[in-house]
Design a protein around this ligand. Structure first.
Ligand SMILES: O=C(O)c1ccc[n+]([C@@H]2O[C@H](COP(=O)([O-])O)[C@@H](O)[C@H]2O)c1
Ligand SMILES: Cc1cc2nc[nH]c2cc1C
Length: 585
């Protein structure tokens, strides 16, 4: 395997003594330099272990540099470009379970380290081979610790496979190439297909009316929710195009890097579009997912729940902040009633799952069937917009009380204490803050047992609006369409979306940092750096829309600035006039 500009991430699975390490090494034989990340100790008092390590070492030649660490994510992040062999994930997992005392305590999980590892794997820029044992084919171990290891390794292998380009299984010395799951990048999902076809026929363009207004064209429902939670492997934005865009930035008439973050955003957008220079954005589209929440009846918001339906009508008729900001930025706004506790216009309620989601303090917000329906709706909406030409998507939301479920999701997935993350939402007073903190505590208690299962987590505490948002954001990544995230509520849904579709985060840009404390924690968790920090706390998609003109400008820079050659401007390596250099004697 020689790097051809595009890195290849290969997961090599196999049983004990199957030849998996040897095969992994053979994949990197053409590289002049290979880093060997050893996840188990290379020195030990166990003679058999030492002999195994020595056998592995003898097979490798002096092209290898050995790094002994269980911080594989850290090692990959330190040198993402270096061709690397990681051997193996079994030792890594054992060390992680040791670190958290998780061998015999199912309540302790390693989800964060596993996600961190997957994100680091998704971000490598050089060839990577990861060796992992496949122990799921043997007997179910007789001890709790053995069963825990076997179960965790199954989950880990599946998660790592999702961010690798190839997965091979070594059996009896033979290499079996495991097929990738079918890709839906070019076509609507099976779940979304019927509705997408119906809307495509009715609404060929995403902007039948002026930017900023809610177009008359409707989203159709219902959708087939079967397997709504199963997403295709996310293909990252094109690394080769990113390199070309970075090169182009250096040719433009400015000191290298002088446009700072604007340059990075242009490079990202170029890599999302797979072309350099990128195409100007022509059809950015915001979808505002609206819903009511049972918990809002218990005094966790400064406003009454009736405001949700009233604001939905306001957005539909073009009078909300989201409409004003969208008009300025040239974006189209659509509003979708997922679970508003009132009847709304038929053109916005085609996907409605129910009236109001359940009170997360005491009951599931949705049934699993409703959660699948909401996820499928979000996915179908993303598909319809991409199919009809949207070239950038923004997820927005409107729902009195929705900062409570969003904070519960973030708290549960990042294991924070409620008081660290609770914010003032629409502006609750101190008494409301105390009620909200207690509601978040109760919701997190109910959420805790679902943190390993994104679909049941959404059903337990999120509600139909946030669940549809999660489906929308993940499906945008499946369809290789860039997204600008809005505030805390959208980012909470994004966290779950990235659990459903690992690597989806690479298609998302954080538009802004909301004043909600949970937002900063969620952004850190996703490793996202917001474009703006304007002390906003509105939702609707407003923060993302405020960032959109900056994103559009970053594209213009790459498309329209003159190069040094074109403008006849001297590049920095050119010799200044009048300076004569003489050869050294
Ligand atoms: O996303 C955010 O950062 C955000 C922060 C504060 C408020 N909101 C919006 O305010 C509403 C929820 O606030 P609350 O106090 O009713 O939970 C909902 O309609 C959100 O769009 C949104
Ligand atoms: C008026 C109003 C507008 C909103 N937009 C998003 N959340 C909101 C909450 C309220 C209360």
């Amino acid at each position: 395997m020689v790097s051809r500009g595009e890195p290849t991430r290969t997961l090599v699975l196999g049983g004990v003594r199957s030849g998996k390490s040897g095969h992994g090494e053979s994949l990197l034989r053409d590289h002049a330099r290979v880093r060997y990340v050893a996840t188990g100790p290379t020195r030990s008092s166990d003679a058999d272990w030492v002999a195994r390590v020595a056998a592995h070492r003898d097979r490798r030649d002096d092209r290898y540099t050995t790094v002994e660490t269980i911080d594989v994510a850290g090692a990959l992040r330190a040198e993402p470009q270096t061709p690397t062999l990681v051997d193996d994930l079994g030792n890594w997992l054992a060390a992680q379970l040791d670190a958290v005392g998780g061998w015999d305590d199912d309540a302790v999980d390693i989800d964060d380290v596993r996600s961190g590892l997957c994100r680091a794997i998704a971000d490598v820029t050089g060839d990577l081979v990861i060796i992992s044992p496949e122990v799921g084919l043997s007997l179910v171990p007789p001890t709790p610790a053995g069963r825990r290891f076997q179960d965790e390794l199954g989950v880990l292998n599946e998660a790592v496979a999702a961010v690798c380009d190839r997965v091979v299984l070594i059996v009896a010395g033979r290499v079996v190439e495991l097929p990738a799951p079918p890709t839906r990048a070019a076509a609507p999902t099976a779940a979304a297909a019927p509705a997408a076809a119906a809307v495509a026929a009715e609404a060929p363009a995403p902007t039948p009316t002026a930017p900023g207004s809610a177009p008359a064209a409707t989203f159709d429902g219902p959708v087939d929710p079967t397997d709504a939670e199963i997403f295709d492997t996310i293909v990252p934005p094109d690394f080769g195009v990113a390199s070309a865009a970075r090169e182009r930035q250096l040719t433009l008439t400015k000191p290298p890097g002088a446009l700072g973050r604007l340059e990075d955003i242009g490079v990202w957008l170029s890599s999302c579009q797979g072309i350099c220079p990128p195409r100007p954005l022509t059809a950015p589209t915001v979808v505002v997912f609206a819903g009511d929440h049972g918990v809002a009846r218990s005094g966790v918001s400064a406003f009454p729940p009736e405001v949700t339906a009233q604001m939905v009508a306001n957005i539909a008729s073009g009078g909300a902040a989201v409409n004003v900001l969208a008009r300025r930025a040239g974006a189209t706004v659509r509003v979708v009633d997922m679970s508003v506790d009132a009847d709304t216009a038929p053109e916005i309620s085609g996907y409605k799952v129910r009236r109001g989601s359940g009170d997360l303090r005491v009951t599931d917000a949705l049934t699993l069937a409703e959660a699948r329906e909401a996820l499928a709706a979000g996915r179908a909406i993303a598909d319809q917009l991409v199919d009809s030409g949207a070239d950038l998507l923004i997820g927005g939301e409107m729902g009195i009380g929705n900062t409570t479920p969003a904070t519960v999701l973030i708290g549960a997935l990042t294991r924070r204490e409620p008081v660290e993350i609770v914010g003032r939402g629409t502006g609750i007073d101190d008494a409301g803050w105390i009620r909200k903190t207690a509601a978040i505590r109760d919701g997190m208690r109910r959420a805790r047992r679902h943190v390993h299962d994104p679909l049941s987590l959404l059903a337990a505490v999120a509600g139909a609006d946030l669940t549809a948002l999660a489906g929308f954001l993940a499906q945008a990544a499946v369809r290789r369409t860039p997204v600008i995230l809005d505030g805390m509520v959208v980012t909470a849904a994004a966290m779950v979306a990235n659990e459903l579709a690992p690597g989806a985060v690479r298609w998302w840009l954080a538009g802004h940092r909301s004043v909600e404390p949970a937002h900063t924690i969620a952004l850190e968790h996703l490793d996202l750096d917001p474009v703006l920090d304007l002390s906003m706390r509105l939702g609707e998609g407003s923060g993302a829309l405020a960032a959109l003109p900056i994103v559009a400008s970053s594209v213009d820079i790459l498309t329209s600035m003159a190069t040094f050659d074109e403008a006849g401007v001297s590049d920095r390596d050119a010799e200044p006039a009048g300076v004569v250099t003489t050869a050294a004697t």
